[in-house]
Design a protein around this ligand. Structure first.
Ligand code: PMP
Length: 286
């Protein structure tokens, strides 16, 4: 039976409840992280916490746990649930207030942590490669809600996912307002040509992925060239390989985008090589 940590206490799943007056529920006013543990060790916890606290800072949300306390709590949550491999959801909301927007009515942030499992696609999809389609909903723009903030407002990305599902595709390709490639519904994207990797930089309105950073490190070690640059759909259509990275998705090859086969229409050798290197990184503790 999963045990969920809320504001200092563990609760059974059916008792793990938030107030309907929590501004996380009323307004999506909050921030979160999705984190994985492998073999009992949390993958790049510090980077996830840095992003969580930066997201909170950007929306003027005060987290009443220090980063060290948050790290210890997250580790305890995995341990208490008896999990070795886990997907962890860490959420901080503005807390309980009244029906107005004014966050001054929310004296204390709500913090909760769930340690569970996640699988975005069946193993067969990872082997064959995913189908992807460009969706109409763009990523958030820098002059609005900054795309780097991993906020509880995920509607743009949820709509993108819905649009992909309705079109019969596994995943969505989201663009920015200029029509430049940004990311998947919950993943960063890479194009491979020869031994060169290209991925959109932060100007494109991406969330700076922890997995993206890990893959870029691994690729650099392996002698690949890596460029953060503007990418168009044409660049993806004509790449040898396209793959996605994300905590939940891990590394997933794309076999088809908007009806065009990518490379040979299967998961390519560079994607496989980087996946193997990623597995090895996890095995040695991240
Ligand atoms: N973009 C978005 C919109 C996401 O939600 C995620 C998942 N957190 C990512 C990219 C990938 O980031 P990470 O590798 O840190 O999970």
């Amino acid at each position: 039976m999963p045990k969920i940590w809320i504001d200092g206490q563990f609760y059974a799943k059916e008792d793990a409840k938030l107030s309907v007056f929590d501004h996380g529920t009323l307004y999506g006013d909050g921030v979160f992280e999705g984190i994985r543990a492998y073999g009992g060790r949390i993958f790049r916890l510090r980077q996830h916490l840095d992003r969580l606290y930066a997201s909170a800072h950007a929306i003027l949300l005060n987290i009443w746990l220090s980063k060290d306390e948050m790290a210890a709590m997250t580790e305890e949550c995995v341990r208490v649930n008896g999990l070795s491999d886990a997907y962890i959801r860490l959420v901080v909301t503005r807390g309980v207030g009244d029906l107005g927007l004014d966050p001054r009515k929310c004296p204390k942030a709500t913090i909760f942590c769930i340690a569970d499992h996640i699988q975005l696609w069946p193993a067969e999809r990872y082997e064959r490669g995913l189908s992807m389609i460009t969706v109409p909903t763009p990523v958030n723009q820098h002059h609005g809600l900054p795309p780097q903030v991993k906020s509880l407002n995920y509607l743009a990305h949820i709509l993108a996912k819905v649009e992909a599902i309705q079109a019969g595709a596994d995943e969505a390709l989201m663009l920015d307002l200029m029509g430049q490639v940004a990311e998947g519904s919950g993943q960063n994207i890479f194009a491979v040509t020869g031994r060169t990797l290209r991925t959109p930089g932060h100007e494109a309105g991406i969330l700076r992925g922890v997995t993206r950073a890990a893959v870029m490190e691994l690729a650099a070690e392996a002698g690949y060239d890596i460029h953060e640059q503007v990418l168009t759909r044409y660049d993806l259509y004509t790449a040898d390989e396209v793959f996605l990275t994300g905590t939940a998705a891990e590394i997933a090859g794309i076999r088809q985008l908007d009806g065009r086969l990518i490379g040979g229409g299967s998961v390519g050798p560079v994607t496989k090589d980087l996946s193997a290197r990623f597995r090895a990184l996890i095995a040695r503790g991240g």
